[in-house]
Design a binder for this molecule. Structure first.
Ligand SMILES: [Zn+2]
Length: 419
């Protein structure tokens, strides 16, 4: 039994059938066939004629913080620095309730879904201030939204080392036992940054889970532990299982050091998350002019074959009072700030929020036969207009089922209408 037939769809990434529209047949939640004009035996298959509109794989959010989203007005970050943002977050964490987090995280995840996101990885703070309330909230949100989008959870500790980190270590272990998928961490908050990296590797080995760290979120060459992370990844045999978020300092070190580091990162198959909105807002706060932008060396990483993806990071919180889970908007912003606008670069920008992000998360995404039917239909016919126009997302499809439509109709009514 087929789930859905999309007629006259233009593929925004693959060139399977050239630039002309194709029909996409979806069976059992997967793309079953693609051809210019498909003949389908079933008479009653729900179908939609897209009239040559573009289809992208469902967008993949590889780095967001659902637990602190929409808290901008609760605790004000007056200096706009990363240090004050971290302090504000600890203040908020000590009093926030699980219900409050469920409400804000659900609203933000649904906002992401309406923008075309069908899979997301969220970090959640796990520390003596918030204990496991954030984790418990996000486990509930993941369960509630399971039919609509996939959610992965990274447990994000604060301090882990020494006596000061004892409770943090206990909570992180509990979070992993209760369902967190990966270990996060921010070496910058510890005096011994390398010690923190050693500690998270020890825990990752024990729990057999991947690592996803906030690395070098600083414009200072003094805060540069990416080479150490890459060396440890190789020593531990953890190639392909580590994500390094931010990597701002890579842009602050000299070219020769950067080249050596990028070569190591490529060898360790570390995926790099670039988070342009938060970096632009927080980095370079002590600079006069020119103010450094804090964006990592995207083009050089790509040239070395590193998997790089673009994420939203903070949504209307103390780290970024703006922020949006609209990944097309983030890819457009990255195009500006990393100065990438050629047709090839625009294609990569789209991959950075779909296939590249999925690869970094060890997931699958694409528009080929056999890929999951997680798709987003754009109200746009020309690929080169996507990142300039940021078109409406007409339909969002998860595992072959329309889970959201800009036309304002629910799944059942929509299918009825399409028959
Ligand atoms: Zn982050």
């Amino acid at each position: 039994m087929a789930d859905l037939l999309l007629r006259q769809a233009r593929l925004a990434l693959e060139q399977v059938a050239g630039p002309d529209p194709v029909d996409i047949l979806i069976r059992s939640g997967l793309i079953a066939a693609l051809a210019p004009s498909l003949t389908v035996a079933e008479m009653d298959i729900p179908s939609l004629d897209l009239g040559g509109r573009l289809v992208l794989p469902g967008l993949v959010e590889g780095h967001i913080h659902l637990d602190k989203a929409l808290t901008r007005d609760r605790v004000l970050n007056r200096s706009g620095t990363l240090a004050e943002a971290i302090r504000c977050n600890l203040t908020l964490s000590s009093k926030v309730s699980e219900e409050d987090i469920v409400e804000r995280a659900t609203a933000t995840a649904l906002w992401a879904l309406r923008c075309g996101t069908t899979m997301l990885r969220t970090h959640v703070n796990v520390d003596p201030q918030i204990e496991l309330r954030g984790l418990h909230a996000l486990l509930r949100v993941r369960e509630r939204l399971r039919p609509l989008l996939d959610i992965e959870i990274v447990a994000l500790p604060n301090r882990l080392l020494g006596e000061q980190g004892r409770r943090g270590r206990e909570l992180l272990a509990a979070a992993l036992e209760e369902g967190a998928d990966a270990i996060g961490g921010t070496p910058l908050v510890e005096e011994d940054q390398r010690g923190l990296i050693d500690e998270v590797f020890r825990l990752a080995r024990r729990y057999g889970c991947p690592l996803d760290l906030h690395i070098d979120e600083s414009e200072s060459p003094a805060d540069f532990v990416l080479p150490y992370l890459a060396e440890r990844t190789l020593q531990e045999g953890y190639e392909g299982r580590v994500v390094a978020g931010h990597c701002c300092s890579l842009a602050a070190v000299d070219d020769a050091t950067a080249a050596r580091t990028i070569e190591l990162v490529a060898r360790a198959r570390i995926a790099v998350a670039t988070l342009p909105a938060t970096n632009l807002y927080l980095q370079g706060r002590r600079d006069r002019q020119p103010i450094r932008r804090g964006i990592t060396r995207v083009k050089e990483l790509l040239a070395a074959g590193v998997t790089v993806f673009c994420g939203s990071d903070n949504i209307k919180d103390m780290f970024n009072p703006f922020g949006s889970p609209d990944l097309l908007q983030m890819a457009q912003l990255l195009g500006y700030v990393a100065q990438m606008g050629s047709p090839e670069e625009q294609r990569w920008l789209l991959e950075s929020i779909t296939t590249q992000a999925a690869t970094a998360l060890g997931r699958q995404a694409g528009l080929g036969v056999g890929e999951p039917a997680d798709l987003v239909v754009l109200d746009c016919q020309r690929r080169e207009d996507i990142l300039s126009d940021l078109p409406a997302r007409l339909y969002v499809i998860k595992r072959g089922r329309i889970v959201w439509s800009a036309l304002g109709t629910g799944f059942d009514a929509l299918v009825q209408e399409a028959r």
